[in-house]
Design a protein around this ligand. Structure first.
Ligand code: C2E
Ligand code: MG
Ligand code: MG
Ligand code: MG
Length: 289
């Protein structure tokens, strides 16, 4: 199905099940040591407001360089980490590292909101709240400098419990974005009860706008839904000026995508923040016209 997420679509069966299981086992074995061996890092992809072209935040995205397998895509290692439970220490590390980085940028005089992806496996654990509070406490990050990205499918696993967890997260002062929005079937009534701040329009709906009429309608419906519920709406995966123009036209608030910036290493992001602040921002920091 064309709207399926990329991570679910790689072919499990065409190469033979045995080879595939052997590969996954080898990958899982390597992944087990990745964190302690220092093979994981975070890169940061800027997010921009469409009205004043300001950088509003950055999404932290996990990267794994394995000595054996090279650079492994998150589409491959995140599901594996979720299946094996490794996502718990990895996710806790990502949370801690994002908070540490947010604190570092804030101390250096260029505060930036860092959005951290959190897996369903983490969110539904009883100790998630404590883990989150510890990350803030240990790093001294301001809660307002952290946003959690939770997918719509995570939300739908247990809506009642989700509402409780989010209430706690919001009470800490941390904001919540619903990632990959539009791929699930959460109702308006539900959304109203979640204390979320932002909807992220899934890349699958951005990809074929403005050509695809259905995707145009879906993007527009999500933006309107966000407006009526007073939520921010950000579109992910924006690659072309035509996509950006369409999104601006329908009143989408924010954008993220290769058109503006690829995910950046932490030091490259720091340089951009420094340049932006000293007023000698390179042209690519502002949105292309
Ligand atoms: P996501 O959270 O929806 O992240 C957006 C993905 O789209 C990222 O892929 C990003 O690099 C990619 N992207 C951004 N702009 C564009 C664009 O213009 N065009 C295209 N083609 N792609 C774009 P990435 O980094 O490979 O991550 C894939 C997924 O892996 C993420 O999707 C997220 O679900 C998961 N992930 C990544 N890091 C973490 C993490 O620290 N924790 C958890 N639980 N999941 C993570
Ligand atoms: Mg995300
Ligand atoms: Mg997403
Ligand atoms: Mg996605």
């Amino acid at each position: 199905h064309a709207k399926d997420k990329g991570r679910g679509t790689f072919s499990f069966f065409d190469e033979g099940m045995n080879r595939d299981s052997a590969e996954r086992l080898a990958l899982a074995t390597s992944l087990r040591h990745a964190l302690s061996a220092g093979e994981l890092r975070l890169v940061y992809q800027p997010q921009f407001a469409l009205d004043d072209q300001r950088m509003t935040g950055a999404e932290a995205l996990m990267r794994w360089h394995s000595p054996r397998f090279g650079d492994v895509s998150p589409a491959q290692f995140i599901p594996l980490a979720e299946e094996t439970g490794l996502i718990l220490p990895m996710g806790e590390w990502a949370l801690h590292e994002s908070c540490r980085q947010a604190r570092t940028w804030s101390d250096a005089g260029h505060p930036l909101k860092v959005a951290v992806n959190v897996s369903a496996v983490q969110v539904y654990r009883d100790d998630f709240a404590a883990t989150l509070a510890a990350a803030l406490r240990d790093t001294g990050a301001k809660p307002a400098s952290i946003e959690l990205e939770l997918t719509e499918s995570t939300l739908m696993k247990d809506a009642a419990r989700f509402i409780e967890v989010i209430a706690y997260v919001r009470a800490l002062g941390i904001s919540v974005a619903i990632d990959d929005f539009g791929t699930g079937y959460s109702s308006l009534a539900y959304l109203k009860r979640f204390q979320v701040s932002k909807l992220k329009v899934d890349r699958s709906f951005v990809k074929d706008i403005p050509d695809d009429e259905e995707d145009r309608a879906i993007a527009e419906a999500i933006v309107r839904m966000g407006q009526s519920l007073k939520l921010k709406v950000i579109a992910e995966g924006v690659e072309t000026p035509a996509q950006m123009d369409f999104l601006a036209g329908i009143g989408c608030h924010e954008v993220q995508g290769f058109l503006f910036s690829r995910p950046l290493e932490a030091d490259a992001m720091t340089r951009r923040l420094v340049q932006a602040r000293s007023g000698v921002a390179p042209a690519e920091l502002s949105l292309p016209h």
